[in-house]
Design a binder for this molecule. Structure first.
Ligand code: ASN
Ligand code: ZN
Length: 337
C-alpha cells in the first residue's frame, strides 16, 4: 500500500500551503493518492519532452526542494483545491467526472509565457518575467482553475474552440478560475476592488491578464457586439487570430457571471440601462455548471442565455428571483431583451 503523507511548504503566490505527498520508494514525491486517481506534479526541467519529466523528490518531505521549485507547490496544492472544489460543490469527480488523474508538468521549456490543458494534462511555463513584459511563472490558482476548467468543458458540452463557442469555452474557464480562487485561496479578500475578479494578477506582478468585473479595462468587451468585440463573421486566419478572438469575446461571459454573482448596475455599450441582483457564490456557480452540462458544442451566446434561464427555472422555479437575475445579467451584457 502506497503511504500518503501530509506536507506543507512556501508556495510562490499563495503563502504556506498544505498538500499531499507519497513515498513509493526511498523519497517523497508530489503525488497525492487520496484524491480520485491521483494528483501529480512533475518537473520538465525546462525541456519539452514529456517522457523525460522527473519527480520532485525529497528525502525528508521538506518542500520546496529549492526556491525555484516553489512553483510546484502552487500547482500541487492548487490542483488538489480544484479537485476539492468540483467534488464538494458540484459532486463532480475530477475533470472527467470519472476521477481522471490530474497531472501537471511545470518548468516547461524555457521562458515559456503560457499554461495550457492539452486534453489530458496541464503544462505550465516559467514565463520570461513580468519585469520584462512577459509573465512570472504561470502557476497561480486562477490559472490552474482555468486550465482544468478546459478539461471540464471538454468532458461536458465540449464547446468548439473558435468564434462564439470558443469565447464561451474561454469564459467558462475564467469563471471557474475565479470561483475556485474565491473558494480556496486564503489570500483572496473581498476588499475592493475584488481581486477574485482579476485573472492572473499574480503572474503579472499585480496587472491582471483579464478583468471579469470590468473587461474593457483589459481590452475585452463587456457587451455583445460592443467595444472590443471581435467580429467572428468570416474571420480568418484561424488559428493565428486566436481562433477568432476566443480570449477576447470571453469578456461577455465573464461580465455576465460577475454580475450574476455580485450584482451591479450601469449602462452597457448598447445604451441599455441594467440592474442585476447578485445571487452569490452558491447559486451563480450552480447555474453556470448546470448550464455547461446542457449546452451544445456549437452554442452561441444566445443559446447559452436560453439554456441558463431554463436551468434557473428548473432549479429555483419559473418565476423565481433567480430566473430574473439570470435574464437581467444577460440583458446587461447585450444578450437578449
Ligand atoms: N493559456 C491559454 C488558455 O488556457 C492557452 C490556450 O489554450 N490557448 O486559454
Ligand atoms: Zn483558456
Amino acid at each position: 500500500i502506497l503511504k500518503h503523507t501530509s506536507a506543507t511548504g512556501a508556495s510562490r503566490y499563495s503563502g504556506t500551503v498544505p498538500f499531499k505527498t507519497s513515498k513509493p520508494a526511498s523519497t517523497y514525491i508530489l503525488f497525492d493518492s487520496t484524491r480520485g486517481n491521483g494528483v501529480y506534479t512533475l518537473n520538465m526541467n525546462n525541456g519539452t519532452n514529456y517522457s523525460s519529466a522527473t519527480n520532485f523528490s525529497s528525502v525528508s518531505n521538506t518542500w520546496p526542494t529549492a526556491l525555484s521549485h516553489n512553483i510546484a507547490l502552487d500547482v500541487q496544492w492548487g490542483t488538489e483545491m480544484v479537485y476539492d472544489y468540483w467534488l464538494s460543490q458540484h459532486g463532480r469527480h475530477s475533470w472527467d467526472d470519472m476521477n481522471g488523474v490530474l497531472q501537471s508538468y511545470v518548468h516547461f521549456s524555457s521562458g515559456y509565457n503560457n499554461a495550457f490543458w492539452n486534453g489530458a494534462y496541464m503544462t505550465y511555463g516559467d514565463g520570461t518575467g513580468s519585469s520584462s513584459g512577459g509573465f512570472d511563472p504561470l502557476v497561480s490558482l486562477d490559472v490552474t482553475g482555468h486550465e482544468i476548467g478546459h478539461g471540464v468543458c471538454e468532458a461536458t458540452c465540449n464547446l468548439v474552440y473558435e468564434k462564439e463557442a470558443g469565447a464561451m469555452n474561454e469564459g467558462l474557464s475564467d469563471c471557474w478560475g475565479a470561483t475556485i480562487e474565491h473558494y480556496a485561496d486564503p489570500h483572496e479578500t473581498d476588499a475592493q476592488p475584488k481581486k477574485t475578479w482579476y485573472i492572473g494578477e499574480e503572474i503579472g506582478n499585480g496587472t491582471p491578464l483579464r478583468r471579469m468585473d470590468l473587461p474593457k479595462l483589459r481590452g475585452n468587451p463587456d457587451t455583445y457586439g460592443g467595444t472590443y468585440w471581435y467580429n467572428v463573421t468570416g474571420c480568418t486566419p484561424i488559428p493565428s487570430n486566436d481562433y477568432c478572438g476566443v480570449h477576447n469575446n470571453s469578456g461577455v461571459m465573464n461580465k455576465f457571471y460577475f454580475l450574476l454573482t455580485d450584482g451591479g448596475s450601469g449602462t452597457n455599450d448598447k445604451g441599455s440601462v441594467y440592474s442585476v441582483t447578485g445571487l452569490g457564490w452558491a447559486k451563480a456557480p450552480a447555474i453556470l455548471y448546470q448550464t455547461e452540462l446542457v449546452l451544445s458544442s456549437t452554442a452561441t451566446y444566445m443559446d447559452c442565455r436560453t439554456a441558463s434561464i431554463n436551468v434557473a427555472a428548473l432549479l429555483y422555479g419559473g418565476c423565481s428571483p433567480e430566473v430574473k437575475s439570470v435574464t437581467d445579467a444577460w440583458y446587461a451584457v447585450g444578450v437578449g431583451a
